[in-house]
Design a protein. Structure first.
Length: 374
């Protein structure tokens, strides 16, 4: 299977630039996801790869071969859309067979391949049914099978699960992951659902307004977001962002809320903490799982009040008011926090995130210790 490479690709519709200078490499056999809000340009990227839209500038390569100006039929890609796009008058077997019939494959080979793909996707008992007679999840599996049967060089998926209910979405997501592990086809997947992106991807790119904000593994992007947009978009419940000030000097620290975080530079990073000058305005990011609550004695500077408790199965989201700031914590489902209850706060210092207030870019610091502000 080939790798897919974008070199300074741009796409314009009239004077509107929807893809900005995209340079990106998707590795051979990789499951790579483009994730971002609706209208950010991620589906346009798939259309450019498929040849459904021409690029305005730049080039696209498959395995070192430039395909920028090839017609869609010569690109050897298969695409699964948000709508199933099945032929309603054909049976499941006939829908699966159709791509091979177009290629004039022998009838015995077509029958064999239909049985093989039906077996992979658990469609064996549905081959004689028509799309109207099967469920939405089953129709999406037929659409996947119709793309897989072609054995394409590159597999493109554009929001394929968005029309499914929550249960079917999780089930079909697992099937897609299992299929990719079995087939190892280079896959570009588009979604606005960050949970899908994190659970399916080998790597992913977070896109906003036609610009790639960050590329990395799910763990890298969740733990080390490149900027405020990525930090807010990835993670559920969302990260809390609080204003802060970074003070330089021999014992640098960040003040936020009523707390003080002593910090050190990440090894090898060009951190601003080694320089003097006036304090730097920052944004402190705190994920809910990194907020620690105690119901016993606590320092008044780190006192908060519970404003709401939202049970979500085995966990609860706890909304808090800390001084003039709101934040959210994560607690076990059997915790006994109640609205209006005073609690003491602490934070997992090493996992707090720091961003420049003006640019929104990550500041590479590590938390060393957390103390009440003095």
């Amino acid at each position: 299977m080939p790798d897919v490479r974008f070199e300074r690709v741009a796409k314009r519709y009239g004077t509107r630039l929807v893809i900005h200078d995209l340079s990106l490499s998707v590795r051979d056999g990789e499951f790579f996801t483009l994730v971002g809000p609706s209208g950010c340009g991620k589906s346009t990227v798939l259309n450019l790869v498929a040849g459904l839209e021409p690029v305005s500038s730049g080039d696209i390569y498959f395995g070192g071969r430039q395909i920028t100006f090839l017609s869609p039929k010569d690109r050897d890609v298969a695409m699964v859309f948000q709508s199933y796009a099945l032929y309603p008058h054909k049976t499941v077997a006939e829908n699966l067979a159709f791509p091979l019939q177009l290629r004039k494959r022998h009838a015995a080979l077509i029958e064999s391949e239909v049985c093989r793909i039906a077996g992979l996707l658990g469609l064996g008992g549905l081959l004689g049914k028509k799309p109207a007679e099967i469920s939405g999840g089953e129709r999406q599996r037929v659409a996947l099978g119709r793309a897989l049967i072609r054995e394409p060089a590159v597999f493109l998926m554009d929001e394929p699960l968005s029309n499914l209910d929550a249960h079917l979405r999780i089930q079909t997501r697992s099937e897609i992951k299992r299929l990719h592990a079995h087939l190892k086809t280079t896959t570009l997947y588009v979604t606005h659902d960050q949970e899908e992106a994190l659970s399916l991807s080998d790597r992913l790119a977070v896109v906003n307004a036609g610009v790639v904000q960050q590329v990395g593994t799910p763990g890298e992007i969740y733990r080390f977001p490149a900027n405020v947009f990525v930090a807010q978009f990835i993670g559920n419940p969302r990260i809390t962002l609080l204003p802060g000030r970074l003070h330089a000097g021999p014992a640098p620290y960040v003040e936020f809320g009523q707390a003080r975080l002593l910090v050190t530079s990440v090894p090898g990073a060009a951190g601003p903490v080694h320089t003097g000058g006036s304090p730097r305005d920052t944004v402190v990011g705190i994920r809910p799982e990194d907020v620690l609550m105690t119901a016993g004695a606590f320092d008044p500077a780190l006192a908060a009040v519970v404003t709401d408790v939202v049970p979500v199965g085995g966990l609860s989201w706890v909304d808090l008011r800390w001084g003039t700031h709101d934040l959210r914590a994560l607690a076990s489902g059997d915790s006994r926090f109640t609205p209006n209850q005073p609690v003491g706060l602490s934070f997992a210092a090493a996992r707090l995130h720091l961003f420049d207030a003006r640019s929104g870019e990550r500041i590479p610091l590590q938390g060393a210790a957390l103390t009440p502000a003095q």
